[in-house]
Design a protein around this ligand. Structure first.
Ligand code: GLA
Length: 350
């Protein structure tokens, strides 16, 4: 399929950016900019075949600078939090920006979400390859890191995201995509009535500043249990602050897990999430506060969208019992996540 390219705007530093439109033969159409590797739009058919845009975002580059909630962006070098912006690796202490209370969040003051990536169109694979070289010492991280993110559309309406990275010094790496979904495409301004099912028996409990306690807790008998389909709103108000937690997927390293499924009853849309990552951060847009108005004139109030950010666990560089996030010279970091869209006819209530 041909990929369309258009101008998306110029950064304050004078760098031109582009917007790439990928589409397949089954009604999936995705727009991606090489600024922050941001997915700006995902058009998918509803149960009647009518297309609608299911992600939060903006029409213009200027609105993404800054992008406080990380709408649609790839976050890195380390997605999620590192306690006090500090970690020790091979006997050396590193200090990172503390841009989220006492902690480091999503790569620091100028994370990968603020970088202009090199873009290469791969029309044969219906894909866009974005590359970024993060220099040694950027935001305090060790080593030159070469990162690529390939976004590809599959025939079964998947948006497949392949991440790779290599380094010349040992460094933590944790890459994710921070898209916010509202599958109603404008019919509902809250995700409370979306129905979620998350295949995780454990989650990562956190302290007041969202740093893991180190424990992996059983969801059974708690409001964190999303194993059976339930309205996101069912227990949302019982979760202090709203859902903003990493769930443990428990698959073998490198294997794809079917992490989650979300169904939206007004449109009949279904989102399934598959990933090789060990965790998924379920975040219910708790910090959206109505100060941003996005595409189609929609104002992003609290719980307007949800994220399913596939990733390693927060603060892994300081948590010896969590799967390692350290990439060493000679190794290749590889992760794959697929967001797959489909529809389902509404169930008639008895
Ligand atoms: C992640 C974090 C949240 C919040 C958002 C961005 O999902 O876990 O706490 O920082 O990013 O607003």
């Amino acid at each position: 399929m041909t990929i369309q390219k258009s101008a998306f705007g110029t950064t304050p530093d004078g760098v031109e950016t582009s917007l790439y439109t990928l589409q397949n033969r089954h009604g999936l159409r995705v727009k991606i900019t090489n600024y922050g590797a941001i997915v700006t739009s995902i058009l998918t058919p509803d149960v009647q075949g009518k297309p609608g845009d299911v992600v939060l975002g903006f029409e213009r580059l200027a609105d993404y600078i800054p992008n406080g909630p990380y709408l649609g962006a790839v976050v890195g070098r380390y997605g999620n939090r590192i306690a006090h912006g500090r970690f020790t690796l091979d006997g050396q202490e590193y200090r990172l920006a503390t841009n989220n209370g006492p902690n480091h969040l999503h790569g620091g003051n100028e994370g990968f979400n603020t970088k202009v990536w090199q873009a290469e169109e791969l029309p044969e694979e219906n894909a866009l390859k974005l590359s970024y070289r993060s220099p040694d010492g950027e935001e305090g991280y060790p080593g030159n890191l070469e990162v690529t993110v390939v976004y590809a559309l599959t025939d079964d309406n998947g948006l497949e995201i392949d991440y790779t990275a290599t380094t010349d010094k040992a460094t933590p790496v944790n890459l994710t995509n921070h898209s916010y979904f509202n599958l109603s495409a404008g019919k509902a301004d809250s995700i409370r009535d979306h129905v979620i099912q998350l295949n995780a028996t454990r989650y990562v409990p956190v302290d007041d500043s969202s740093i893991p306690t180190g424990e992996l807790a059983d969801v059974a008998g708690t409001v964190m249990d999303l194993r059976q389909p339930q309205r996101i709103g069912q227990n949302l108000d019982q979760v202090p602050g709203g859902y903003d937690h990493t769930y443990v997927l428990g698959q073998q390293p490198g294997q794809m897990a079917r992490a989650a499924e979300v169904y939206e009853p007004l449109s009949g849309r279904v989102l399934e999430v598959f990933t090789t990552q060990p965790g998924v951060q379920f975040y219910t847009g708790n910090f959206l506060d109505g100060s941003l108005t996005g595409k189609h004139g929609h104002t992003y109030t609290k719980h307007y969208g949800f994220c399913l950010e596939t990733q390693h666990f927060p603060d892994s560089p300081n948590q010896p019992n969590f799967p390692s996030t350290i990439l060493r010279p000679g190794q290749t970091y590889r992760q794959r996540t697929i967001y797959r869209f489909s529809t389902r006819a509404p169930q008639h209530e008895a």
